[in-house]
Ligand binder design. Structure first.
Ligand code: FAD
Ligand code: NAP
Length: 462
């Protein structure tokens, strides 16, 4: 008699690609299921935790405590970690489908959205993705350069990433030096001559995507004024209704009203300018010198909200550095269907589709930012991953199943190691973690991060 898959005799074999929050919540949900499972995690970096390590702001350390839950999952005997292994390069999508009953793509959104305006690619115009990765010690961005000799930086976008980036530029470096911010970023910020950050929102204060705690933090930065234009707070009808109905917008509005009452007292400032869209980034000799912005008015968007429409009124903001914080995009993986328009992996309820409206790709699933696009906080990923795991469970009776001789995982282990000599196991990650935290403790910091893959691999060998 053939035993069903996910039974003691034929444990379900699952590959989870990516070790950010979404991947771990999928693992948690799978391990809680009343079934026998074996899970392998493939992570392109030697270190786990995705944006919790390389996105969450260094001055928000308490948020990173969520990794304690993920550590427990990594330590589970049913879970193996294959760090420093890139799916699509070191092992293919087709191979995963040969070695695993089910494959979960939890690869997040590693790239940036473009605005599509002239000058976007000039030196001195960078996506927030790069700046955040740089100050957080992501190996891909350790050698990035940002011109902090400029007096004014323009940050485009009104989400929480734009808020994080602005704080990183304006907060006291002595305070940041008590965090796990990358040493190269601390050294550069110590030399920074940036006095003003202009934060540009294309819509009004009521439509801003940032949340109130982050807005309040601006007002607490020592030696920095928060400057607003009272003209931006004269609301149209739709915004007035939104303000009455939306709690976050209303709390934000109150905080900004309080900022409007403050008298400027410092030589450094955060200037929150609403209803302005960048239309061109200017440069000389290939390097940014300014941004042309256009005044917007708000018009109905046809869905009960408002969108920005240019009025033709333009001005130029002089700057040497523009940070574009207008959202993230997933990076395609060879052989895996991708929705280029939306910048994510096409799926229905977490089941991977062969194109935006295509058929279900058997055995394959998506969670997190790769599934729904770049929105939502860490906690948002939990119900999202549980929903995908529910779809996976529904599909168990229909699975053909991999060859039973592959089920113990030894063949895939040998394959990966034959392709990639420097696989980092869970024990390897523990070595990296112990070293980083020891270096941090010696300086009164939570950790000092390795930012170079070679250094991580050296330590992981121990
Ligand atoms: C700058 C920033 C700050 C944030 N701050 C907060 C905050 O303070 N609080 C909060 O609640 N939320 C915050 N968020 C949101 C939160 O980080 C996301 O909701 C969450 O990280 C998304 O999880 P994910 O697993 O989908 O993606 P990710 O966290 O991006 O994880 C994806 C993982 O997949 C790996 N990967 C990618 N491609 C491959 C491949 N081909 N092969 C193998 N591995 C691969 C990546 O290396 C990464 O480890 C922040 C987001 C950003 C961008
Ligand atoms: N502390 C935290 O909890 C924290 C920290 C960081 C990130 N996060 C979460 O991570 C997610 C991603 O954050 P995010 O800031 O990248 O994205 P976001 O919240 O979606 O904000 C994107 C911003 O970019 C603007 N924008 C988009 N296209 C633009 C264009 N062409 N020109 C000008 N502005 C443009 C948007 O304006 P419109 O609204 O007009 O489109 C919006 O203000 C969010 O869910 C966020 O809450 C949380």
């Amino acid at each position: 008699m053939t035993h069903p898959i996910a039974s003691a005799e034929r444990p379900l074999c699952v590959a989870v690609v990516g070790s950010g929050p979404a991947g771990f919540y999928a693992i948690e949900s799978l391990l809680k299921a009343d079934a026998q499972v074996r899970i392998d995690i493939f992570e392109r970096l030697p270190t786990p935790f995705g944006l919790v390590r390389s996105g969450v702001a260094p001055d928000h350390q308490s948020i990173k405590g969520v990794t304690r839950i993920y550590e427990k999952l990594l330590a589970d005997a049913r879970v193996r970690f294959f760090g420093n292994v890139t799916v699509g390069r070191d092992i293919t999508h087709a191979e995963l489908r040969t070695y695993y009953d089910q494959v979960v793509y939890a690869v997040g959104a590693q790239s940036d959205r473009k605005m599509g305006i002239p000058g976007e690619d000039l030196q001195g115009s960078a996506p927030a993705t790069a700046f955040v990765g740089w100050y957080n010690g992501h190996p891909d961005y350790r050698d990035a350069q940002f011109d902090l000799t400029t007096e004014r930086v323009v940050v485009i976008g009104n989400g929480n990433v734009a808020m994080d980036v602005t704080r990183a530029l304006m907060e006291s470096v002595d305070e940041l030096a008590t965090t796990d911010m990358a040493d190269h970023a601390l050294a550069a910020l110590r030399q920074s001559q940036v006095k003003h950050v202009v934060l540009l929102g294309r819509r009004g204060p009521v439509q801003a995507a940032f949340t109130t705690p982050e807005l309040k933090e601006f007002g607490e930065i020592h030696g920095v004024d928060v400057v607003l234009d009272s003209g931006d707070f004269v609301l149209d009808e739709v915004s007035t209704a939104q303000l009455a109905n939306e709690k976050v917008a209303s709390r934000n509005f109150d905080v900004m009203q309080e900022y409007l009452q403050r008298q400027p007292a410092h030589s450094r400032s955060i200037q929150m300018q609403f209803l302005w869209s960048p239309v061109e980034i200017l440069g000389e000799n290939g390097k940014v010198t300014g941004v042309i912005v256009e005044r917007n008015r708000l018009v109905p968007d046809g869905n009960g909200g408002v969108k920005a429409e240019g009025t033709g009124v333009r001005r130029t903001i002089a700057t040497g550095l523009v940070l574009r914080s207008v959202g993230y995009r997933s990076v395609p993986i060879e052989g895996v269907p991708f929705d280029d328009r939306r910048g994510l992996f096409p799926n229905r309820d977490g089941r991977l589709l062969d194109g935006a409206n295509g058929a279900v790709v058997p055995q394959c699933y998506v969670v997190g930012w790769a599934k729904r696009g770049p929105s939502g906080i860490i906690g948002t990923n939990k119900p999202d991953s549980v929903a995908t795991v529910n779809a996976m469970k529904e599909d168990w009776p229909t699975l053909g199943g991999i060859a039973d001789e592959l089920r113990d995982g030894q063949a895939v282990d040998a394959l990966v190691r034959s392709r990639c000599a420097t696989v980092v196991s869970y024990a390897g990650w523990r070595c990296i973690d112990v070293h980083e935290t020891a270096m941090g403790n010696a300086q009164g910091r939570p950790r000092v991060k390795f930012t170079n893959i070679a250094d991580m691999l050296d330590v992981a060998k121990e």
